[in-house]
Design a protein around this ligand. Sequence first.
Ligand SMILES: Nc1ncnc2c1ncn2[C@@H]1O[C@H](COP(=O)(O)OP(=O)(O)O)[C@@H](O)[C@H]1O
Ligand code: SF4
Ligand SMILES: [Mg+2]
Length: 330
Amino acid sequence: MPLLEVKNLHTNYLTRRGVVQAVYDVSFSLKRGRTLGIVGEAGSGKTTSVLSILQLLDKNGRIDSGEIWFDGEEITKMDQEQMRQIRGNDISFIFQGLPMSLNPVFTVEEQVCEPFLVHQNMSKAEAENKVTEMLSLVNIADPESVKKLYPHQLSEGMRQRIMIAMAFACEPKLLIADEPTSSLDVTIQAQILTLIKDLKSQANTSILLTTPDIGVIHEMADDVLVMNNGFAVEEAPVEIVFGDDGVFSHPYTEELLKLPGLDAPAGACFRMGYASSLHRNRLHAGCVFTSRCQYATDRCREVEPEWTEVEKNHRVRCFYPRKGVRSNGR
Ligand SMILES: Nc1ncnc2c1ncn2[C@@H]1O[C@H](COP(=O)(O)OP(=O)(O)O)[C@@H](O)[C@H]1O
Ligand code: SF4
Ligand SMILES: [Mg+2]
């Protein structure tokens, strides 16, 4: 049984201009001990997918239909209190722009202590020792002094490390990291990704990570889900997507793979970000990628493609999957 299974998720936002179908019929599963990366440019529906799992959608957002199974339980049916328990213990999360989420009026120690006191019933002394241990684990030198500091006294990289320490503190079964490095400069990004990988292997946590950067997927993920405009368009183990010539893939994945910089350090790739303004709802027929796809035919404009299993464990939502020439693309 996978740790997390999302089935036919539809999530909408109600806006003054109508309903935005931000996530449309998305399904994926995350196996225990693995890292699943969701990749797609801004507006693809990555954040909406993870917020649906966590039940932390904005007020105007709601899950319209679908099921989300976590560790054998259907969690969309749970009430807020049950979800709060799960979020504090079994699932933790770090978000884009995460250094902002540290509270400026509390010291590092006060903040990092909290999950131990609240969720693990530790005494104050035990929790304080645990904080020192966690800070050392995320490679902070002199944790005894650092824990007495306030967030504004720390560098951005340190704040990031502390957020990660907090996310791993309760030894969660699942860590959700929504663009964990997008706001950071390239050197710090690489360090943070390495840190997440190290902690994952020690804690045996499964990770769901989102990124607009296929280089980060290459670096971090075991499996990948490619999203575009609210749709999942391709799902496969990473070694297939980055594999040899002749692998079939979705034209959008090909586009991502051909972006310059895949050999550069993760995070250094060019990022795309022009899709959010195109966001639609599904009133029109056809493939979601039609307007940008150089292979589109009348069929694509008229009929929504179903999933095609191009090989074992590898599916693509396209009528005409592309036989990629990987070596030229990189
Ligand atoms: N609170 C909201 N109200 C209305 N639309 C939203 C809201 N949050 C996100 N959206 C829209 O939903 C779509 C998917 O957004 P998002 O899930 O943030 O994508 P990503 O994380 O991949 O950039 C976008 O078109 C975005 O504008
Ligand atoms: S179904 Fe057609 S438009 Fe859509 S990605 Fe495939 S070739 Fe392009
Ligand atoms: Mg996002």
